[in-house]
Design a binder for this molecule. Structure first.
Ligand code: 8X3
Length: 260
């Protein structure tokens, strides 16, 4: 049922909303009757989302292009939001990516820069710009995308795992920093999710990407969106710190069950 819960009419910002978990999350908030602002780097992928968000039940929709790793662009876009959009109630720091699956001592440093700039610095830039308003208004919720990768490093994934370990530390620290305010902080930490994640990691190598999900039943972006909406819809005095979730076929970063 849309528009009936406590998210109805709330203003939600989802970064990296053009695909995968971000897109599914934007649609899930739309079904709750929220006012949904979405941003991503790829304008053409965002445009198609507008009618879908409206159809799903969004009370209002705002789309804008943003590369969260560009600090000046983040400040300009988020400080310049139209007045009816600048009171963000829920920020979903979803934008993120992995690049490469390689030994550190053989990797291309460009991969590290993209991951650290987006997953760590991008998250910080957006948070730094949005959270002061939440503190001032006495309400708000920051939901960060973590990963099981932040708990246990896997082979050839040192830097990606490091960015998610950083996300975990930043979420914990932000929660401490916000003590005494009404602003909540949640880290949603999934394992393997079937999205464009592996295709982006392998720079478009679909065959290699498909192998990642072969003979397992991965989580779907909608499963993560469910958890995000659940965390956001708890009563105001309840702070969900972390949600660690995997497919039934995954135990941790490295233990999988592959069907024969
Ligand atoms: C995504 C989880 O294990 O595919 O963050 O890297 S994993």
């Amino acid at each position: 049922m849309s528009g009936m819960g406590n998210l109805s009419g709330k203003t939600v910002l989802v970064t990296g909303a053009s695909s995968g978990i971000g897109r599914a999350t934007a649609l899930a908030f739309a079904r709750e009757g929220a006012r949904v602002a979405v941003c991503a780097r790829r304008e053409e992928r965002l445009t198609g989302l507008e009618p879908e968000l409206k159809k799903a039940g969004a009370a209002a929709v705002l789309l804008f292009t943003l590369d969260v790793s560009n600090r000046a662009a983040v400040e300009k876009a988020l400080n310049g939001l139209p007045s009816e959009w600048n009171t963000i109630d829920v920020l979903v720091n979803n934008a993120g990516l992995s690049r490469g699956l390689t030994k550190v001592y053989e990797d291309d440093p460009q991969n590290w820069e993209e991951m650290i700039d987006t997953n760590v610095k991008g998250l910080l830039y957006v948070t730094r710009t949005v959270v002061p308003g939440m503190v001032e208004r006495g309400r708000g919720h920051v939901i960060n995308m973590g990963s099981t990768a932040g708990y246990m490093t896997y082979a050839n994934g040192a830097v990606y795992c490091a960015t998610k370990a950083a996300e975990k530390a930043i979420s914990e620290g932000l929660k401490i920093d916000l003590m005494g305010t009404a602003v909540r902080v949640t880290s949603i930490d999934p394992g393997m999710v079937e999205s464009e994640f592996s295709e982006v990691r392998f720079r478009g190598d679909k065959e290699r990407a498909e192998k990642v999900y072969q003979n397992i039943t991965p989580l779907q972006p909608e499963d993560i969106a469910d958890a995000i909406v659940w965390a956001a819809s708890r009563p105001a005095h309840v702070n969900i710190h972390t949600v660690v979730m995997t497919t039934i076929d995954q135990a941790n970063s490295v233990v999988f069950h592959r069907h024969s």
